[in-house]
Design a protein around this ligand. Structure first.
Ligand SMILES: [Zn+2]
Length: 75
């Protein structure tokens, strides 16, 4: 069974990951479970922001290139 936190392969039936100690089976109490989704969504948010920034830079570059091209053509 694969560890949800570090991805290490653990023998079937283990409760804690042998590599990082994370809980392999979701428990009703879920003490350490809350931190993981929050960290994942944080990384996801950061990834999306950087993706948006990259897209904005691309769009601005295309607009500037088209503007320069039109300026050269109309001259
Ligand atoms: Zn692990």
């Amino acid at each position: 069974m694969r560890c949800p936190r570090c991805g290490a392969d653990n023998p079937e039936g283990k409760i804690l990951c042998r590599a990082c100690g994370a809980r392999l089976r979701p428990s009703a109490a879920g003490g350490g479970q809350a931190a993981l989704p929050a960290r994942e969504s944080d990384a996801e948010l950061r990834r999306r922001v950087s993706y948006d920034l990259t897209r904005i830079v691309w769009v601005m570059g295309v607009v500037v290139a088209v503007g320069l091209g039109l300026g050269l053509m109309l001259r």
